[in-house]
Design a protein around this ligand. Structure first.
Ligand code: HEM
Length: 229
C-alpha cells in the first residue's frame, strides 16, 4: 500500500552549500588523518605519558606565539580582522600550563621541533595573505573549542590534574557558550566576501594547516609513542 511517506518526493534543488559547510566538507578527511594519528590516539585513549602531553603543550606554545602575533598584525584587516578576539588568545594559558608541567624555568626547557618550526614559519607568512591566515585561525581555534574540550577531560583524568592546572589551554572562559561561539564563527566564515580564487586558497591552506599539525604529531610520536609516526 502506498502511503504519503513512501511516495516519491519531488526533487527539490539543494540549497547552495555555505562556505563554512564547503570548508568543513573539503577538509574533514584531513581532520580525520590528524585525529587518527597514533600520537592523537594515545592522547585520546589516555595512554600517552605525561612527558608526551607536556611535549605537545610545548609545541603548541611555539605555534600559538606565531598565530597570535600574526593575528595581532592583522587585527584591522578586512578579511582576517573579523576573527580577531583577544579572549581566544592561548599563549597566556599555555604559559600557565607549562609553569605547572615544567616549573618556573619552562622556557629554557623547551624548543620547537622541526615540524613546529615549519608550521610557525608558514603561519607567519600569512601576515601577507589574510585569507590564508583565516585558514590557520580556523584550524586551531575551532578545533580547540570542539575536540579540544574532549581532550581536556581525558587529560584531567589521565594525569590527575586538579583545578584545571595543566589544561588551562582548553578553557575559554571569556567566550561564553562554546556552541554559540562555533555558530557565530561559521557565520563569520559565511559572510566573508571572497571571490572563488580566494575561497579556494582558504580551503587549500586549511588542508595544509591540518597536514602541518599532523607533522607536529608525527614528530611528537617519534619521541613519545614509538611506532606512532
Ligand atoms: C586529537 C583528536 C581530535 C578529536 C577527538 C577531534 C574531535 C573533533 C570534534 C568532535 C569536532 C566537532 C565536529 C562537529 O562539530 O560536528 C571537531 C571539529 C574540529 N576539529 Fe577536531 N578533533 C581532533 C583533532 C583535531 C586537530 C589536530 C585539529 C587541527 C589542528 C582539529 C581541528 C578541528 C576543526 C577546525 C574543527 C571544526 C570543523 C568544523 O565544524 O568546521 N581537530 N573535532
Amino acid at each position: 500500500m502506498s502511503t504519503a511517506a513512501e511516495a516519491p518526493t519531488t526533487a527539490v534543488p539543494d540549497s547552495p552549500e555555505s562556505f563554512s559547510e564547503r570548508l568543513r566538507a573539503a577538509t574533514w578527511g584531513d581532520h580525520q588523518a590528524a585525529e587518527d594519528h597514533g600520537f592523537a590516539r594515545a592522547l585520546l585513549d589516555g595512554t600517552l605519558s605525561l612527558a608526551g602531553y607536556t611535549g605537545m603543550v610545548a609545541q603548541h606554545y611555539f605555534a600559538y606565539v606565531a598565530l597570535e602575533e600574526t593575528g595581532r598584525l592583522l587585527a584591522d584587516d578586512p578579511v582576517a580582522g573579523g576573527f580577531h578576539r583577544p579572549e581566544l588568545e592561548r599563549v597566556p594559558a599555555l604559559v600557565r600550563d607549562l609553569e605547572h608541567l615544567l616549573g618556573a624555568d619552562w622556557r629554557e626547557r623547551i624548543s620547537p621541533s622541526p615540524a613546529t618550526r615549519t608550521y610557525a614559519a608558514r603561519i607567519e607568512q600569512m601576515a601577507d595573505h589574510p585569507e590564508g591566515f583565516v585558514a590557520h585561525h580556523y584550524t586551531r581555534y575551532m578545533g580547540d573549542v570542539s575536540g579540544g574540550q574532549f581532550i581536556r577531560r581525558v587529560a584531567a583524568r589521565a594525569y590527575g590534574f586538579t583545578d584545571g592546572a595543566g589544561t588551562a589551554f582548553y578553557v575559554f572562559d571569556g567566550l561564553g557558550s562554546l556552541p554559540r561561539f562555533r555558530a557565530g564563527y561559521r557565520e563569520r566564515l559565511d559572510s566573508l566576501d571572497l571571490d572563488e580564487t580566494a575561497a579556494a586558497r582558504l580551503v587549500a591552506e586549511t588542508r595544509l594547516a591540518y597536514q602541518l599539525n599532523t607533522e607536529v604529531f608525527a614528530d611528537l610520536g617519534r619521541t613519545y609513542v614509538p611506532g606512532a609516526a
